[in-house]
Design a protein. Structure first.
Length: 64
């Protein structure tokens, strides 16, 4: 669980620096495994720190 919290911080920092990202983009930017990244996104969504937007077949994540 500690790694998920760390990854959530990395995701937040990446979104702050780079703007809206897809899961694939976040995996590339953070270097984290997809499973850990998905848990981190869930954490941030639960904490109401990020928002989602569906663009075609892709879900984009960004800071609120």
């Amino acid at each position: 669980m500690e790694n998920v919290g760390k990854t959530a911080g990395e995701v937040w920092q990446t979104l702050k620096a780079k703007g809206s990202q897809s899961i694939a983009g976040l995996v590339k930017e953070t270097g984290e495994k997809k499973d850990t990244l998905l848990m981190a996104l869930g954490w941030l969504l639960r904490e109401d720190k990020i928002k989602t937007e569906v663009k075609g077949k892709c879900t984009m994540y960004d800071l609120k």
